[in-house]
Ligand binder design. Sequence first.
Ligand SMILES: Nc1ncnc2c1ncn2[C@@H]1O[C@H](COP(=O)(O)OP(=O)(O)OP(=O)(O)O)[C@@H](O)[C@H]1O
Ligand SMILES: [Mg+2]
Length: 365
Amino acid sequence: MGWGGSPGGGMLTQIKLHDFRCFETLEVEIAPGVQFFTGDNAQGKTSILEAACVLLRLASPRSPTLTPLIRQEARGFALQGYWGSRQLQFYHSAERRKLVLDGVEQSGTAEYLRAARLVYFSNTDVELVRGPADGRRRFLDFLGSQIEPLYRSSLRAYERALRSRNRLLKAVPVRWREVEAYDTPLLDAGRLLTDLRRSLVAELVPWAASAQAAIRTEAATGGPEALSLQYQPGAGEDFAARLRESREEEARLRQTRVGPHRDDLSLCLGGQPVGVYGSEGQQRTTALALKLAQARLLEAVWKQPPLLLLDDIFGELDVTRRNALLNALPTNAQQLITTTHLDWLRDAPSGPIWRLAGRRLEGTI
Ligand SMILES: Nc1ncnc2c1ncn2[C@@H]1O[C@H](COP(=O)(O)OP(=O)(O)OP(=O)(O)O)[C@@H](O)[C@H]1O
Ligand SMILES: [Mg+2]
């Protein structure tokens, strides 16, 4: 799997926000290497990282839809920035979406999304481990669509077929011939998505095990067990057969019951599911390892480290794990780090520290 070869390297050099979250307008020059955004709560630190993620990947790390990102009282938000020499612009409102790459309006997302890669670390990442399966599917989808162009298109095709099929299953009485018309598109896109997710997990396995070994502390893991990942396909081994068998259940529950929308990723330490039996420390280490593995895999595929957006995670970690994580992050990666306090930072960082107050950038300290 993979694109192989990078379309002209790059890093984020500037981002402009307009009517995005709490900001009417904000412009930030982004330095290479590490930089910090600090300030009290609710000043917009996370919103800046979120804006970078939305500009580059068209998805928010904290909201499944983009509507809450529009500044209250505004009609839509606009983001603009540079990734290397490429200029990206994204406008979103309830009525309209506009993508512009290097001054050219895009009819699809494929070329635009090829520009940049990133990993988003958040202090809520532990939900990946102990929360519901949709978080783990989103984790795979966010990664897969940065590696394989077919990933996003097959996911969208599957979601379209699933939505149409589910809408027809709600009709009273159910017209099965119409439902069945969607079986082929559902099966085709579903099989492709299953294959893509299966090979993505296979590629992730060694990176996750080594990431977990790099950042675990004996105290946090209670032992040297390796982290193992396993893809659990919601389509089973034979999607068509499973779909036929689920007919009665579909009639009763009025929705499609099998398929990749029921996929999961099992996470085990020493053969035991971490989300169920793991300690708080083991769960947090596993979540960090998954994100670190994401970064390492992207680096291996693209031959350059992805942009790392680290939202409020260092202040919460104990010193051992913090240092282990800092050492395990890809070297030379561009990093945007938010934190409410800087007292955990031992050495003066080499990059700028931006201070946010009154929801404005007050300059560097
Ligand atoms: N659509 C929106 N319109 C206007 N304001 C918003 C919108 N969405 C969020 N906000 C506000 O933006 C402010 C900044 O939120 P953000 O999460 O970026 O803060 P933060 O600096 O990361 O805070 P913390 O340190 O608590 O994580 C909050 O007061 C939030 O209520
Ligand atoms: Mg925040």
